[in-house]
Design a protein around this ligand. Structure first.
Ligand code: GDP
Ligand code: MG
Length: 643
């Protein structure tokens, strides 16, 4: 059974509440003040069953100019509007404003009811009807059924019900598979039950026992019970007026404008990319950075309008814009919104959210405008691609894509797999799949290969670049797994080689030809000839002036080849020299049992500058262990730990 929400619209006193009562038997003016003043102040709720058994939730809105704010909150969830126009008064200011609001909110279906027909004669009625039809020309209600109605004598009620059934059939199927969202319009407590919130379920489903978040506050609560049209149910779904009994949250913490959703599905945001339509009939041009009241869902938030690609907007024109919010909103792409001026308050326009997570942009750049244009008019594939590009190196999850594209889940997943197989998107498998722009992945691969190649050119004597260093140069601040994945993919394709911590190109070989070959020989000679008292590394650099980098590289290679041995940060020894010393030292240790610095000096004839690092070197290479100022041979008999 399809559920549906119908809303009233129209000028104050034109008979909306009376019509709802005739239709449903419910008096929606529930507040004491409303009863006393005979005027609707806040939203009223009722429901009825259509002849075919379908259930319709009815939202009755206030018509008075001062309460348009409440009207917008109520109109946010409706699928079909009943525009009420009193036959004796005809089109009035809030008839126009409400119709504009419904249009901006994307409502596409409706019925026009001329009420109070008992007050006028036939000829007048015809005139009013003509007038109304003129007024509706070019709006979504052009061609909609027009019903003559009187709450006084019940005239037209049957026609109205028939029209409702007919138009209800034309309303698009409501998606119940999406993210559960319920913008709160009322909060109250019921003795013995606790906190209850009500609202229109915009999308998805909610089940008793579910854990919910109340956003943007981030309060978590549990669903104790659900009521739909005065009946306890176990599940509520999109298109139903829903009352939710919450466990674990105080009534005072929730207010109209908050959004009930499943935990972790939605986030709040303060920068929205939108397409904005400035209503014709506005007196003056809209300037960049104008402050206005954003109405979205049931919330009202102050926002600054940043015009993209222009400095002002003439009445009747549309523009891409960014809305900078003073308080966080909880919205999705494709949501509709209304903007009302700061003061005096009137409806100035509205539009569609293109990306709920806008970033700072250069508002006059043509590229910025082009991206907005793709989001606004592009097909779904292109829109996904823009969001992937925007997510850049951090990538984006399916959940986030749902929110930032507004594309229903099943279709989104199909599109993502198609984009992945064509290389337009890159999917990183894992606990939670993450998607990247295909262009980003390709560029990243090329960048890695380029950086490694460059590194080889600058460091021909190094076998490769360290992974971490490479990652630093790539500028990978985002998803670490993507970097690993790129390396993995490149290696599998044979474009790079990974050796432990090093990355190199497959064709790269460390060779010491030419000048470097000569340098290698000279260094080896130097270390061989200097024997037990080699020059420090600084002295070596001094010896080969202006070749510091080359010397460093060659020494690294010689170390790798095992021809030079690093004894301290300052001292290198030729392998043969250190081997000879080791043999002599070992023999001395055997002979004496323990060897002090003095004995070592006798053995080598060296000064302290060499003795200390050498003795420590033999400790670290585990020939000896230390015992006070002496060294013992580290044999099975001497197992004392030296650390
Ligand atoms: P709303 O502000 O649009 O909700 O208007 P109400 O439903 O509160 O009606 C405003 C006034 O018009 C009330 O005094 C109603 O009794 C009266 N009214 C509503 N419908 C009719 C009607 O069909 N015929 C006549 N004669 N009076 C009506
Ligand atoms: Mg009313």
């Amino acid at each position: 059974m399809r559920d549906l929400i119908v809303g009233t619209a129209g000028h104050v006193d034109h008979g909306k509440t009376a019509l709802v009562k005739a239709l449903t038997g419910i008096d929606t003016d529930r507040l004491k003040e409303e009863k006393e003043r005979g005027i609707t102040i806040d939203l009223g709720f009722a429901f009825l069953n259509l002849p075919d058994g379908r259930r319709v939730g009815v939202v009755d809105v206030p018509g008075h100019e001062r309460f348009v704010k409440n009207m917008v909150a109520g109109a946010g969830g409706i699928h079909l509007v009943i525009l009420v126009i009193a036959a004796d008064e005809g089109v009035m200011p809030q008839t126009r404003e409400h119709l504009a609001i419904c249009s901006l909110l994307g409502i596409r279906k409706g019925i026009v009811v001329l009420t109070k027909v008992d007050l006028v004669d036939e000829a007048w009625l015809k005139l009013v009807e003509e007038d109304v039809k003129d007024f509706l020309r070019g709006t979504f209600l052009e061609g909609a059924p027009v019903i003559y109605f009187s709450a006084l004598d019940g005239r037209g009620l049957t026609d109205l019900l028939a029209a409702l059934s007919r138009v209800a059939d034309e309303v698009d199927e409501i998606d119940v598979s999406g993210i559960f969202r319920l913008p709160v319009d009322r909060v109250f407590t019921i003795r013995g039950f606790g906190t209850v919130v009500t609202g229109t379920t915009l999308s998805g489903r909610l089940t008793v026992g579910d854990e919910v978040s109340i956003l943007p506050k981030g309060i978590v609560a549990k669903v104790r019970g659900i009521e739909v049209y005065k009946k306890q149910v176990t599940e509520a779904r999109a298109g139903q007026r829903t009352a939710v009994n919450l466990q674990g949250v105080e009534r005072d913490l929730i207010e109209r404008g908050d959004v009930l959703t499943h935990r972790g599905e939605l986030a709040s945001t303060k920068r929205l990319d939108v397409v904005f339509q400035y209503l014709s009939g506005m007196g003056s041009k809209l300037k960049n950075r104008t402050l206005a009241r954003l109405h979205v869902g049931t919330s009202e938030i102050m926002a600054r309008i940043i015009l993209i690609g222009r400095d002002e907007l003439a009445p009747g024109q549309s523009s891409y814009a960014q809305l900078l919010l003073e308080e966080p909103a909880v919205v999705m792409a494709q949501d509709r919104f209304v903007l009302r001026s700061y003061s005096p308050i009137t409806t100035i326009g509205g539009g569609v959210i293109l990306d709920p997570e806008g970033r700072q942009v250069k508002r006059l750049h043509s590229e910025t405008e082009a991206q907005f244009a793709t989001l606004a008019t592009g097909e779904e594939r292109k829109r996904i691609k823009v969001i992937l590009e925007r997510a850049h190196i951090a990538g984006i999850t399916e959940k986030q894509l749902l929110v930032r594209t507004g594309i229903p889940k099943a279709r989104l997943l199909t599109l993502l797999s198609s984009l992945s197989s064509s290389g337009e998107a890159y999917c990183l498998e894992g606990e939670e799949r993450r998607y990247f722009a295909g262009t980003l992945y390709t560029a990243l691969r090329q960048r890695v290969v380029d950086i490694v190649g460059n590194y080889h050119r600058n460091h021909p004597l190094k076998e490769g670049i360290k992974k971490e260093e490479l990652r630093g140069i790539v500028g990978q601040r985002g998803e670490a797994r993507l970097f690993q994945r790129v390396l993995f993919d490149l290696e599998r394709e044979g474009r790079i080689h990974l050796e432990q911590d090093f990355v190199r190109l497959p064709e790269h070989r460390v060779t010491l030809g030419g000048d470097l070959g000569h340098l290698r020989e000279k260094l080896l000679d130097l270390y061989r000839e200097s024997g037990l008292a080699p020059p420090t590394i600084k002295e070596v650099f001094g010896h080969f002036e202006n070749q510091r980098k080359e010397v460093e590289s060659v020494i690294t290679v010689l170390q790798k080849e095992g021809l030079l041995v690093k004894v301290s940060s300052e001292l290198f020894y030729h392998f043969n020299i250190i081997e000879k010393l080791k043999a002599d030292y070992e023999e001395l240790l055997r002979k004496k049992g323990r060897v002090g610095p003095g004995d070592f000096r006798e053995l080598t004839g060296l000064s302290r500058k060499f003795i200390i690092p050498l003795m420590e070197y033999f400790d670290t290479t585990k020939l000896t262990i230390r015992a006070g100022e002496y060294r013992l041979l580290r044999s099975p008999g001497n197992t004392k730990d030296d650390k």
